[in-house]
Design a protein around this ligand. Structure first.
Ligand SMILES: C[S@@+](CC[C@H](N)C(=O)[O-])C[C@H]1O[C@@H](n2cnc3c(N)ncnc32)[C@H](O)[C@@H]1O
Length: 227
């Protein structure tokens, strides 16, 4: 995620996936199976618009598939059933990718910045990802109107902050799936107090996609049942 400081070089930006080594790869197509078309539609739109709209930096055009789309898709096995709320969705990661992969799931994208909200609305319309609802606001402000069985977040805040902001959005048996990379275990350790306060337990899981790509780490938090 960047600001819009790249705008003066608009003409030099390729705005396609052509420099991404995974573009056109059979492995990627097989990984997504029947949903590849929609996921690819979103990846193409992100390549076309992402830098101009300040959603990704120009260097990301060479790694949209690995760094953004597959990294988001890696959480799919840890989600379980139900409504998913992606907090701080920004470019639509991971929420829009999951919505494209799982057309029967209801996905709510929560994002406070107006121009990113506009992007999310346009992207869902243009690519035909119809199972998303976009809500403008900060996680702490939408407690009255948003509830999910699963909360996801990527590059939004530390685990302890996310617990504080998002535990009130969680259905009673719900869980959070947070994309965290290398800091996962440290952040989970630092979130001990918040976990206790909200009666949650946490674990770090490794999330892989294609053979040969480095797996990422996910912090999965579950609510303990009330006694
Ligand atoms: C670094 S971007 C990451 C966006 C996207 N998840 C990704 O991985 O590309 C962080 C996003 O979180 C949003 N954000 C910041 N504070 C938030 C809050 N309290 N509640 C919801 N979203 C928030 C920002 O507006 C921004 O779009």
């Amino acid at each position: 995620m960047t600001d819009s400081s790249h705008e003066e070089n608009d003409d030099a930006i390729p705005r396609t996936l052509e420099n991404d080594p995974l573009e056109g790869s059979l492995e990627v197509a097989e990984f997504f199976g029947p949903t590849y078309g929609r996921v690819r539609g979103f990846a193409e739109l992100l390549a076309d618009q992402g830098v101009l709209r300040g959603l990704i930096g120009p260097r990301e055009l060479e790694r949209i598939w690995e760094r953004h789309i597959l990294n988001s898709a890696a959480i799919a096995p840890f989600l379980g059933a139900g409504t998913l709320v992606d907090v701080g969705s920004g470019a639509g990661l991971p929420g829009m990718v999951i919505a494209a992969m799982e057309p029967d799931r209801r996905v709510i994208l929560v994002e406070p910045m107006e121009r990113r909200v506009q992007w999310l609305l346009e992207a869902s319309r243009n690519v035909g990802i119809e199972n998303v609802i976009v809500v403008r606001g900060r996680a702490e402000e939408v407690r009255e109107s948003v509830e999910g069985d699963i909360i996801t977040a990527r590059a939004v805040a530390s685990v302890d902050k996310l617990i504080k902001w998002c535990a009130p959005l969680l259905a009673p048996e719900g869980h959070m799936v947070l994309l965290k990379g290398r800091s996962a275990a440290d952040e989970l350790e630092r979130a001990k107090y918040a976990l206790r306060k909200h009666r949650m337990t946490g674990e770090v899981l490794e999330a892989g996609t294609l053979e040969g790509l480095e797996p990422t780490r996910v912090v999965r938090l579950s609510r303990q049942a009330k006694h």
